[in-house]
Design a binder for this molecule. Structure first.
Ligand code: XMP
Length: 508
C-alpha cells in the first residue's frame, strides 16, 4: 500500500491535507516535524512527503526545521506555504517578508506549467495566507507560478522531485487544489489509488492483535461514535480481553444507556460493564449551580468510578481511548483559549498507571471514523449519533441538577428530537435545554407556574462556528404543543435563534 507522509509544522489547515490525500484513496500519515530523521523516513518506505504550513518564519533560529538530507532521499517532496519556504531555505534559497506585502484570501494565480499544474489553466483562483515569501530560488529550482504580489508562488526542481506552493491546495477555495494534489500524489509520486477504509480496519486489527496479545485492555465507553468505533475495532483484535466500562452517570438522554448496551453489548458482543452511578453523581451535584463547577465535579466523579472499575477488573495494563485527529490538534495547540473545559478520560490520576495507551483512531477525521463504524457493522443510530457532551444533560439544565429536572428534560428532549427527525429537517445538533425560569401559564381553568424549556438546533460543519437552524414552524409548533401537553412541569417553550459566535452551542 502506497503511503504519503504529512510532516506537520503547525499550520491551521494541516488536518485537511491528510484528509484530501486519503480522499484520493492513498493513505496519508501525519507526523510532527520533530523527532523524525531522514533515515527513519527512508526506511518507512513513503512514496512522497508533504511539508505542511505553519505559523513561523523559517529564518528565525527557533523555527521548526527539517533534517536537510530529507530533500536528498529521492522521495518526492511537496511543500505547502511554510513548507514551500522551508524547502527553499533548506535548499539554499532565501526567504523574507514579502515585498509586495502579505497576501490573504482568494488570489489569482498565473501558472507557468510543470508537473503540479497539469490540467490546471494558466489563470486560476488560489487561497493565500502568508507574510513571508521565497525571494531567491535555490539552485536547481524554477518558478512555476506567480501572483500579482508574489513572484514565486510555486517552484519545482523536476530532477530531485522537489515542489513547493505558497498557496493552500488543500482548502476548497483553491479552485484546482484537488488537481494539484492529485498531480503530486499520482503524477509525481506514482501512488496507486488502492487504499480503502477496509485496509485501515484490517491493518489495525492485525497490529493490535500482535501488539496487545496477552494483555487486558480497558476502555471508557461513552456510547458516542468515537469510543464505540474504537471499542468494536479493538474487540475484533483482542476479543474479550477488552473490557468496556460504560459509566452511566444518570445524565444521559432518554433510553440512551439501554441503546448502547443493546447495540454494542447484545448485538456486537462487546464485553460491557454498565456502572449505574446516578446516585453518586447526583449527590455530588446537589446544590451546585455554576457550569464550570458542574463539569469539574462530573469529570472527577467519572474518573473515580472508572478507577473503581479498573480495580475490580484487575487493573488492565492497557488503556484504549477514542481520540480522533481533531482532538489531537486541539490538545496540541495549547494557545487557544479554553472556552469550556471539555470532559474526556484525560486527567486520570497519576496513581492509575498503564503500560500503554492505545488510540487506534488518532489519525482519522470524524467522517472517516463514521465510515469505519459503518464498515464494522455498528448500527446507523450510533454511527450517525449527534454529538453529546460528556457532562450530559447536566449542562443542559440551568442551575441545580435534580432527578426531577432530569426526567422532565429527558422527556421533552425526546419529543423534540422525534419531531425534528420525523420532519427530516436535518440540523447537525438539536436538543432541549431546561432553563431555570418559571413563568405563569393557564391550563383549563387553572393557573400554572412551570418551567420554560428552550429548543436549540444548529447547522454547522465543525462545531467551531454554527448557525441556528431555520426549522419549519410546523415542527416547532408540534414539538411545543406535545411538550406542554406531555411533560408535566413545562408550561412554556422558546426557540433559541442565536448562532455561534456569539453564543456557544450548549447553554452552559
Ligand atoms: P459549544 O457549546 O462549545 O459546543 O459551542 C461545541 C460542541 O461541543 C460539544 N460540547 C462538549 N462535548 N464535553 C464534550 O464531550 C463537553 O464538555 C462539551 N461541551 C460542549 C457540544 O455538544 C457541541 O457539539
Amino acid at each position: 500500500m502506497d503511503r504519503i507522509l504529512v510532516l506537520d509544522f503547525g499550520g491551521q489547515y494541516n488536518q485537511l491535507i491528510a484528509r484530501r490525500v486519503r480522499a484520493e484513496h492513498v493513505y496519508a500519515e501525519i507526523r510532527p516535524y520533530s523527532g523524525l530523521t531522514a533515515e527513519t523516513i527512508r526506511k518507512s518506505g513513503y512514496r512522497g512527503i508533504i511539508f505542511t504550513g505553519g505559523p513561523n518564519s523559517v529564518y528565525e533560529p527557533s523555527s521548526p526545521h527539517v533534517d536537510p538530507s530529507v530533500l536528498g532521499l529521492g522521495i518526492p517532496v511537496l511543500g505547502i506555504c511554510y513548507g514551500h519556504q522551508l524547502i527553499a531555505y533548506t535548499a539554499g534559497g532565501t526567504v523574507g517578508p514579502a515585498e509586495g506585502g502579505s497576501e490573504y484570501g482568494r488570489t489569482v494565480l498565473y501558472s507557468e506549467g510543470g508537473a503540479l499544474f497539469d490540467g490546471v489553466p494558466g489563470e486560476s483562483i488560489v487561497w493565500m495566507s502568508h507574510t513571508d515569501t521565497v525571494t531567491e530560488l535555490p539552485a536547481g529550482f524554477r518558478s512555476a507560478a506567480r501572483t500579482d504580489k508574489c513572484v514565486c508562488a510555486a517552484m519545482e526542481d523536476e530532477e530531485r522531485k522537489l515542489y513547493g506552493v505558497q498557496f493552500h491546495p488543500e482548502v476548497t477555495h483553491t479552485e484546482y487544489g484537488r488537481q494539484i494534489l492529485r498531480n503530486f500524489i499520482f503524477g509525481v509520486c506514482g501512488c496507486s489509488p488502492d487504499w480503502k477504509m477496509d485496509d485501515f480496519i484490517s491493518a489495525s486489527v492485525e497490529r493490535y492483535r500482535k501488539e496487545l496479545s496477552g494483555k487486558k485492555v480497558l476502555l471508557a465507553l461513552s456510547g458516542g461514535v468515537d469510543s464505540s468505533v474504537t471499542a468494536v475495532l479493538l474487540h475484533k483484535a483482542v476479543g474479550n480481553a477488552l473490557s468496556c466500562v460504560f459509566v452511566d452517570h444518570g445524565l444521559l438522554r432518554k433510553n440512551e444507556g439501554d441503546m448502547v448496551e443493546r447495540h454494542l453489548g447484545e448485538k456486537l458482543g462487546l464485553n460491557i460493564t454498565r456502572v449505574r452511578a446516578e446516585d453518586r453523581f447526583l449527590a455530588r451535584l446537589k446544590g451546585v449551580t455554576q457550569p464550570e463547577q458542574k463539569r469539574k465535579i462530573i469529570g472527577e466523579e467519572f474518573i473515580r468510578v472508572f478507577e473503581d472499575e479498573a480495580d475490580r477488573l484487575g487493573s488492565p495494563e492497557i488503556l484504549a481511548q477514542g481520540t480522533i485527529y481533531p482532538d489531537v490538534i486541539e490538545s496540541g495547540r495549547g494557545d487557544s483559549a479554553v472556552i469550556k473545559s471539555h470532559h474526556t478520560v484525560g486527567g486520570l490520576p497519576d496513581t492509575m498507571t498503564f503500560e500503554k495507551v492505545v488510540e487506534p483512531l488518532r489519525e482519522l477525521f470524524k467522517d472517516e471514523v463514521r465510515e469505519v463504524g459503518e464498515k464494522l457493522g455498528i448500527p446507523r443510530e450510533l454511527v450517525w449519533r449527534q454529538p453529546f457532551p460528556g457532562p450530559g444533560l447536566a449542562v443542559r439544565i440551568i442551575g441545580e441538577v435534580t432527578k426531577e429536572k432530569l426526567d422532565m428534560l429527558r422527556e421533552a428532549d425526546a419529543v423534540f428530537r422525534e419531531e425534528t427527525d420525523a420532519a427530516g429537517a436535518g440540523p447537525d445538533q438539536y436538543f432541549a435545554v431546561l432553563t431555570d425560569t418559571r413563568s405563569v401559564g393557564v391550563m383549563g381553568d387553572d393557573r400554572t407556574y412551570g418551567y420554560t424549556l428552550a429548543l436549540r438546533a444548529v447547522s454547522t460543519d465543525d462545531f467551531m462556528t454554527a448557525e441556528w437552524t431555520r426549522l419549519p414552524y410546523g415542527v416547532l409548533e408540534k414539538a411545543s404543543s406535545r411538550i406542554t401537553n406531555e411533560v408535566k412541569g413545562i408550561t412554556r417553550v422558546v426557540y433559541d435563534i442565536t448562532s455561534k459566535p456569539p453564543a456557544t452551542v450548549e447553554w452552559e
